[in-house]
Design a protein around this ligand. Sequence first.
Ligand code: MN
Ligand code: MN
Length: 465
Amino acid sequence: MTKKTETKLEDLLYKNETVADVKPKAMKAADEFCEGYKKFLDNSKTEREATAYSEALLKKAGYTPFVPGKKLKAGDKIYKINRDKCVLAATIGKKELEKGFRLNIAHVDAPRLDLRPVPTYEEKGLAYFRTHYYGGVRKYQWPTIPLSLHGVLYRADGSKVELNIGEKEGDPVFCITDLLPHLSAKQNEQKLNEGITGENLNILIGSTPIPDKDVENRVKLNVLKLLNDAYGITERDFTCAEIEAVPAFKARDIGFDRAMIGSYGHDDRVDAYPALMAEIESKKPAYTSVCVLTDKEETGSDGVTGLNSMYTFHFLQQLCAAQGADAITAFQASKCLSADVTAAYDPSFADAFEPNNATYAGRGIAIYKYTGSRGKSSTNDASAELVSYLTRLMDKEGIVWQIGEMGKIDLGGGGTVAKYVANQDIETIDIGVPVLSMHSPYEVVAKSDVYMAYLTFKAFCADEA
Ligand code: MN
Ligand code: MN
């Protein structure tokens, strides 16, 4: 191979620069875009709430419920909700479906504390809910913060009750207690992951006994009485329920420059919201664009609302059937951005990262060619061809991107939904917004990265190549 012109020295190097340096004008646009994102965060503390909020946005944008068998034309916008917990939205493209879909997929479940089926108990005059943690949480981070309760219960007659306590101004909140430093000498000697155990994650819910002194568990009974008065529920109804305890904080700007956002649940609403916005703005695309906001990623994607089930692929197959298109051919021609957060390099814990292959908050949307652990086990390893396609698209659109890995080799690792999509014969690559304190009750992201994620989904939806 020969070259006609000499490459400039500075162009010999892979650059990993901040959005502020490369695209200073994007900073203001990012700030504006994130106002909508913060609203999404505050109204979407659970997968059910994220789904309901997204459905409202889709309806407002003119999406109509998907009807299997109904023929659609270019520009038509349809959506389907999977069991109140997942969103499927699509804009029909100009090309026939056999040319493939452009899929943007993110998840709307997040690490949290679920109530157990029989959660309520009393000890020494205090009433509690017992929890079972959902997803990868560092248990010591959950005591001594305000918690809110969200979810649904079914009464014995089958009627549904929706719960949301602790978000509104004036609502009570709940919390898990911890030992005082004066008495924590023994706890301090324990390993970080043993100081607070799953059995310690009990939520304080009351301290007043009912007046009747002749009954046992008077404080628990008082709580159940209050719940019965307010919602018409009994202890039995907690057995038919999904109640999630999540941090009661609101999304807030972080720093004097307001360039970051602190919030519960960035993982993975920080990709879900930009993907949804890009889908909503997708207008008569060349390829049919599809946005999927899924559940159950944090517990391994199993179950009927997880990406390891067929629900997404059934939707795509039904779309194909209605158009008289062959689904296998469509899948093979498709491309998917599997969007999930990446670890942001943390200078306070530099030991965990390999700086050349880390991803950084404020340096744009991150690509993970592969995830997994122990020798890339259990990962979709995107092809060089697909990375090349995506980086050329981003370069063409002036999108600031970076590429990296989770952290130092064999420190840990993680997975995403990418492999479940790729296993269906669909080319898939992981991208996402880097997060500081990932999976903690208060995660941090850079607004500029959120905006670059949005631009990426938009460019991918609109791409004609
Ligand atoms: Mn995630
Ligand atoms: Mn996660």
